[in-house]
Design a protein around this ligand. Sequence first.
Ligand code: SF4
Length: 227
Amino acid sequence: MGTTVTLDHKIDSARDLIRGVLYENSGAACVTCSFQTECMALLDLLIEQRPAIPVLFLETGYHFPETYAYRDQMAEQMHLNLVNLESKMSVHEQESRFGILNQTAPDRCCGIRKVEPLFRGLGDYDIWFAALRREQSATRANLQPVDRFKLPTGHQLLKVSPLADWTNADVWAYLKRRRIPVLPLYDQGYTSIGCAPCTTPPIDPDNPRSGRWSGHKVECGIHVQTE
Ligand code: SF4
């Protein structure tokens, strides 16, 4: 009973925040989505109010086949306005020039395949919805539901995280209630899913993101504010 009430309250709060941001700000809005569980909960809440909101997916070229298949399945099922953001450099060109950067220099690889394409893509928008949650990692513990984010160009966006206070259990309960299928990799023990070469099931069972980059780093850099 208590959990249900809490989740209902969080859903109402997230809806109110989304509605308030969309109707109090006239700028162009988008949402980033990696098709993980929290992304699907946020998408579901967003498209009920803004069905054609651009859904930005970082097409690094290194995702699991299951992720691509699920992306396409859900884009069709939810009628998403999917926007694939790609690096200017193909995977083949990057590997020919620099080798396998995800093994030798993952920060540089993320910079080329995630950070630069995302920041370039975000330049078209004023409001950025993201499915970040405080519980996900220590680096996200102080996450604010509404914040400012400055791109290297100086362009500023309103960055909105309606699920900031949601727990992992809240996300799964929401998806179950809404009958939204999840990426099949969760059934194989993955708890945080990014590019295939940099993702394993969690090393630390208490830290869902500990399977990312073998625990050597915790963020790809797309949520790191430009100084
Ligand atoms: Fe490269 Fe791995 Fe970063 Fe993906 S997560 S962009 S493969 S280093």
